[in-house]
Write a new protein. Sequence first.
Length: 173
Amino acid sequence: KLFLTFIIPIGILFVMQIPMNWVPDEDSHMWKTYDISLGNLITPFGENNEGNIYVPQEILDLSLEKEKFTYSAIHKHFEKKADYENLVPVQTIAKTYCPINYMPGTIMFSICRAFNINILLACYIIRLINFIIFMIVGYYCIKIIPFGKLLLAIYMFLPMIIQEAASLSADSF
């Protein structure tokens, strides 16, 4: 319970304060998560065997903006109406990853798309869901392990571990 007392506020801060796509490879994982939410468990080869993933233009814009990011730019993206129809092709190595790791994010992307929720907000919701799953699994690991509870708890509090857990990456799962 002590683990939950500290991990909840720290994790929520990580989810909210780390800008979108600043976690390594987060944009690639976001694209793969979206692709699976469209029903593509395995990325199709396409006509010319290019194996493109198709994502909304706004998701690609979020990826391109990470170089010139400002926190005030987030507000601009939250005001945009969701446009899940304007799809553009992207290439990523994540298209070869196992789809099981993306299931929590895929389910949430499908729900957000069904309710036409803003794309940036959908990404933050998926980050939060990934962190909640990490937190639940971590809690039960600490509870069940017969020895080394403190060592495991300390490991799960490493900033890099929390950063991955609070991201759209498949590594969080």
